[in-house]
Write a protein that binds this ligand. Structure first.
Ligand SMILES: Nc1ncnc2c1ncn2[C@@H]1O[C@H](COP(=O)(O)OP(=O)(O)OP(=O)(O)O)[C@@H](O)[C@H]1O
Length: 250
């Protein structure tokens, strides 16, 4: 399958920090994959996703999106991708529909189809009855579902999500994962970070485990499980490779 993203020796050190958030990280992602980025707290998942979305610039290294280099074509790349950030990108005082109209207009979507797409999207995630309610009255799970819709309104072929199911109950999680599965079946390449190892084991076609800014292992979930003696789940693999030490950095 065609390579969509190539990362070569990517490093990132934030201004004022003496630690590397990403260190000489190389990676290739192919079209149609559901690529899961897993790792302990502070491993560098958000930094990697933000760099791949063109939101932060690397300290060194090179990145390409379908042969377009990020240094020269950041804007062009950003027009072709969808981003669902970990922090809510929504305006609390606007209604769910107003928020989505706003995102739709940012993407330059025609008003005539946008209204229908927003109504359909809200219906798809079980929020049709809440379209005219302000986001600030929504639960965390409801906000996550609207946050997801905001990132896919323009039907991107490549979608980045940073912990799309963090802090949501099992019902919201099921709706979100079902929608992502549907997008995948329609051909969308999905790159997402998560702490839900069980979810990633069943959902992802490929996984990279990151620790301290570097990829320590990469492969299909079943391959990774078979590579560790006695492991029956991805959680076993994760603990085996990353240890059980807490990762507290300030
Ligand atoms: N804006 C920033 N300025 C300075 N350091 C940062 C900044 N953002 C992240 N870091 C540091 O970079 C490292 C990687 O952080 P990052 O948020 O990418 O990890 P993560 O794997 O997404 O963690 P988590 O699972 O907790 O969300 C951490 O040591 C973090 O403290």
């Amino acid at each position: 399958m065609e390579e969509i993203i190539r990362v070569y020796q990517l490093s990132k050190r934030y201004a004022g920090s003496d630690r590397y958030a990403l260190k000489d990280l190389s990676l290739s992602i192919k079209q149609g994959e559901i690529f899961g980025l897993l790792g302990p707290n502070g491993a560098g998942k958000t930094t990697l996703i933000s760099t791949l979305c063109g939101m932060i610039k690397p300290t060194s290294g090179e990145l390409w999106f379908k042969n377009l280099n990020y240094r020269q074509h950041r804007r062009k790349i950003q027009q072709q991708i969808g981003v669902v950030p970990q922090e809510y990108a929504l305006y609390p005082t606007l209604t769910a529909a107003e928020n989505l109209y706003y995102f739709g207009s940012l993407y330059g979507l025609p008003a005539a189809t946008l209204k229908q797409d927003v109504a359909h999207g809200l219906e798809r995630v079980g929020l049709a009855d809440f379209a005219q309610k302000p986001i600030k009255t929504f639960s965390g799970g409801m906000q996550r579902r609207v946050n997801l819709l905001a990132g896919i309104l323009h039907r991107p072929n490549v979608l980045f999500l940073d912990e799309p199911t963090v802090g949501v109950d099992v019902h919201s999680k099921e709706v979100i994962m079902a929608l992502l599965q549907e997008l995948h079946e329609q051909g969308t390449t999905i790159i997402y970070s998560s702490h839900h190892l069980n979810e990633a084991q069943h959902f992802c076609t490929k996984i990279a485990i990151i620790d301290e800014g570097s990829i320590i292992v990469e492969g299909k979930p079943q391959q990774l499980i078979e590579s560790v003696s006695g492991a029956t789940t991805l959680e076993n693999v994760f603990i085996h490779l990353t240890g059980s030490q807490l990762r507290d950095y300030a």
